[in-house]
Design a protein around this ligand. Structure first.
Ligand SMILES: NC(=O)c1ccc[n+]([C@@H]2O[C@H](COP(=O)([O-])OP(=O)(O)OC[C@H]3O[C@@H](n4cnc5c(N)ncnc54)[C@H](O)[C@@H]3O)[C@@H](O)[C@H]2O)c1
Ligand SMILES: [Zn+2]
Length: 392
């Protein structure tokens, strides 16, 4: 007689798993223009019309408003003939200080609520990289993200951060600890804004163009070398070409690199940034992003050379470009140590790894325009590179 077993707990399926692919496609609209709020300039109107939408609210960084008297009035006039409700232009301070806590983020949340900005409405942010980042955090989280049109106003934000797909404020004494990924509805790079920065800040922002050239485009690096005098003098045609080409290289990598939201461990656009971010936080952000990146790029260039990856002549060419842009390659914070004599800056490597997760992955250079990922940096050798930078 057949034995008839009682159904047991284990005879039922242990689990039921269902994997879905969720394709999400974003359009990254990037415009280069001048005088974006002149009534005859169609760039913004076309973008607003493309998305339909109900309302628009503008966040303007106050030093930009001061540098451009009449800008708020021009924005107001620009919106009048458009068929959406204009909720006004709100001014707030900017600079790295606004990334140090959540004050500005909360003010922007409040404004978004007060003006009933919904996911079909637009927020416009006009300002430098820090302002774009901090207001961006509020915009990315209000209603889980409302439409954002960025107007970067500095060289660095036009040639790099403005066309990026992330935003952040600083937290726990770490750079960009609180933030989000998201593709802006559009980025309008109004090249006229570049005219009112200090010449030093204008030149310094070109370091991100140098960086992206080094990791992506040897010809562009050679173009920068060939136009160094013009770039250092902020000759408009050279400056604008450099900003535009850099922005497009950044955007091209984000769109085609296969990991726009950085789920892996590799961050090629962050060449030189592990030390840069740590130097910024070590100095309580007295050292700004662009000069910090110049030091970080110089350090990782020398390290690439000293560990045998990069030809010394190529390294010398990179350091010359940084010098000619008037950027320092050393800051005393590189030598600040803890009680055990360890350089504080080296903890930047741990923080860099932890920010992404996974294995430490740092991009070094094996040639001009060609990077290579490594998973370990030798701290004594890094120390020797810092010695070299100090003595230059
Ligand atoms: N989200 C990203 O992907 C990303 C990428 C790179 C850098 N960043 C961030 O960008 C920030 C640096 O941005 P930044 O270099 O633009 O500096 P910034 O935003 O601090 O601006 C520098 C100074 O210039 C002033 N300013 C801005 N536009 C001006 C104009 N047109 N005329 C006169 N003054 C003007 C500002 O008020 C500020 O005092 C850092 O916080 C960095 O972490 C973000
Ligand atoms: Zn940067």
């Amino acid at each position: 007689m057949a034995h008839c077993a009682k159904p047991s707990y284990h005879s039922r399926p242990l689990m039921s798993r269902h994997d879905f692919q969720i394709p999400v496609l974003f359009k990254h609209r990037i415009v280069f223009t001048r005088n974006a709020f002149a009534p005859e300039n169609p760039a913004l109107a076309e973008i607003l019309a493309e998305g339909g939408g109900r309302r628009a609210l503008v966040f303007l960084e106050s030093p930009v408003a001061t540098a451009w008297p009449g800008l708020a009035a021009a924005i107001h006039a620009y919106f009048q003939p458009l068929g959406l409700e204009f909720c006004g232009t709100l001014e707030f301070p900017g600079g790295e200080a606004v990334k140090s806590d959540s004050t500005l983020v909360e003010q922007v949340w409040q404004a978004i609520d007060t003006h009933h900005i919904d996911r079909h409405s637009y927020t416009l942010i006009i300002g430098g990289g820090a302002f774009l980042d901090a207001v961006g955090v509020a915009v990315a989280t209000a209603h889980r993200g409302v439409r954002l049109i960025r107007f970067p106003t500095t060289t660095l934000s036009q040639d790099d951060s403005g066309v990026g797909v992330k935003c952040a404020i600083n937290g726990f004494h770490k750079k960009n600890w609180i933030g989000a990924f998201g593709v802006p509805f559009a980025v309008i790079n109004d090249l006229d804004f570049l005219n009112t920065q200090t010449p030093a800040a204008n030149r310094a922002g070109l370091i991100e163009a140098v960086k992206v050239a080094l990791v992506k485009d040897r010809k562009f690096f050679e173009w920068i070398e060939a136009h160094l005098t013009d770039l250092a003098a902020l000759e408009p045609a050279a400056l604008e070409h450099c900003v535009k080409h850099s922005a497009l290289l950044h955007a091209h990598h984000i769109a085609t690199g296969g990991d726009p939201f950085e789920t892996g461990s590799s961050r090629p656009l962050d060449f030189g940034h592990w030390a840069a971010h740590k130097l910024e936080s070590l100095t309580d952000y007295a050292l700004h992003h662009a000069p910090a990146v110049a030091i970080g790029v110089a350090l990782d260039t020398l390290y690439s050379e000293r560990c045998g990856l990069l030809d010394p002549a190529a390294a010398a060419r990179i350091l010359r470009v940084i010098d000619e842009l008037g950027l320092a390659t050393y800051h005393p914070a590189l030598d600040w140590t803890d009680a055990t004599g360890q350089r504080h800056v080296f903890t930047g490597l741990d923080e860099f790894r932890e920010h992404l997760g996974g294995e430490l992955t740092v991009l070094l250079l094996k040639d001009l325009g060609t990077g290579v990922n490594v998973n370990h940096l030798d701290r004594p050798l890094l120390g020797q590179c810092i010695d070299l930078l100090r003595s230059r």
